[in-house]
Design a protein around this ligand. Structure first.
Ligand code: AMP
Length: 399
């Protein structure tokens, strides 16, 4: 990955207006922020800039208001939680451009923090129009992007601004990019990928890219059934996309040409009902009963997967190996996650995980803190794993 500038390059910024794009798209229940993780992730960047004496002006989106103000998607609802996490006063402006923003900025002292209203209240944000971007740019001298999770979108506040102002990566963006570089950019080999989850259809691009980059691809979860069925094995009532048999075979062909080993389950835990503690049995992959569905990979498969984790110097992981939300079908995911965490703690493995349910699966296993890096960036993490260029990152690295 080409170099990008970080906060280390921002030395003399006392009194400067720094526009910081952050991710404050947090869950809210009954008007209250129910999970402050995303705010905690951007806090170091905000506090560092404030401590350096900058006027810190926060830009963010919240929800999908489609270009006009929507009362319950106002960032004023999030401001108290931001204040609480930062333990510092945070002023609020009722618009991210025009007089409300300009007036609030004029009142700022060095080190102050100001949150501007939802950028998506303007159509120009998602359309990335030059007019809107120019209006935003008037509010700042410097642009810092700390919202990796929004970097797969070429919006005014995530991409456009970098064409107007000198652009820098915030600490969270920097940490994400450095971890991703270690994961797939310039990884130490062998690299093993674990991909699980429900369906092949949502991860075709991901699988196709990974087989050209990694030394081994472990396929688990519901999607493994599609690969197994594509080899002529009966998967009974298991979740399976039979129409994607050709796609599965072609991914396996690409892997063969690229020298990537595909690791499929050799046994499975099957049940007749998709519910917690459903009666279940462990069977060979070739002996799935016609009326049963595979809800987790079996113990022999876990042994095989753990063996690959031991061989790996780098592990990238997306998606659970089974229906981990319902016991006991969380066993394989938990066991492999614990093994990866142990290898990481022993200094033998760089482990990078992320995307959708992966974070909750690793939290469920209690190992999220033991991985080298767990990205909370959902869509952006997946697009990066798919080998796509993220506009918000490209603009930081290409200038
Ligand atoms: P994804 O969002 O694509 O990563 O898929 C995650 C979902 O896949 C979780 O909700 C799991 O319960 C589900 N899942 C994993 N393995 C299976 C399986 N063998 N059968 C049905 N669902 C599964």
């Amino acid at each position: 990955m080409p170099a990008f500038k970080t906060l280390d390059d921002l030395t003399d910024i006392a009194g400067k207006r720094v526009l910081v794009r952050v991710d404050l798209n947090v869950p809210v229940t009954d008007g209250k922020v129910s999970d402050t993780t995303r705010i905690e992730r951007v806090a170091p960047t905000i506090l560092e800039l404030s401590q350096k004496g900058a006027k810190v002006i926060l830009l963010a989106h919240f929800g999908r208001p489609k270009g006009e103000p929507v009362a319950d998607q106002s960032l004023s609802l999030i401001a108290p939680a931001v204040e609480q996490v930062l333990d510092q006063h945070v002023a609020f402006a009722t618009d991210c451009i025009g007089a409300p923003a300009a007036d609030a900025i004029a009142k700022m002292q060095d080190g102050d923090i100001l949150l501007l209203e939802n950028t998506r209240f303007h159509k120009g944000e998602e359309k990335n129009t030059p007019e809107f971007t120019a209006e935003l740019a008037k509010n700042g001298d410097i642009y810092v992007n700390d919202a990796f999770s929004a970097a797969h979108r070429a919006h005014a506040s995530t991409e456009g601004l970098a064409h107007h102002l000198a652009a820098y990566a915030g600490r969270t963006m920097q940490a994400e990019l450095e971890a991703l570089e270690k994961g797939l950019g310039q990884p130490t080999r062998p690299v093993v990928a674990i991909v699980g989850g429900a369906k092949v259809s949502t991860k075709i691009d991901l699988l196709s890219n990974l087989v050209t980059k990694v030394d081994a691809l472990v396929i688990g979860g519901g999607m493994a059934n599609t690969f197994i069925a594509a080899q002529g094995i009966d998967v009974g009532k298991s979740l399976c996309e039979h129409d994607l048999a050709d796609t599965a075979r072609s991914i396996m062909e690409t892997a063969k040409t690229a020298g990537c080993s595909i690791v499929l389950p050799v046994d499975g835990v099957v049940a007749r009902e998709f519910k917690a503690n459903a009666e279940n049995e462990t069977v060979d992959i070739k002996a799935i009963p016609a009326d049963a569905m595979m809800l987790d990979v079996g113990p022999k498969s876990v042994e095989l997967i753990n063996g690959w984790i031991e061989k790996a110097a780098t592990l990238v992981w997306n998606g659970p190996l089974g229906a981990f939300e319902i016991a006991p079908f969380d066993k394989a995911t938990v066991s492999a996650a614990l093994h990866a965490a142990d290898q990481t703690k022993a200094g033998k493995l760089v482990s990078v995980a992320g995307g959708g349910d992966t974070v909750s699966a690793l939290n469920h296993a209690g190992v999220a803190d033991d991985f080298s890096y767990v990205s909370t960036a959902g869509g952006a993490f997946l697009e990066w794993m798919e080998g796509k260029e993220l506009p918000g990152v490209a603009v930081l690295t290409k200038g």
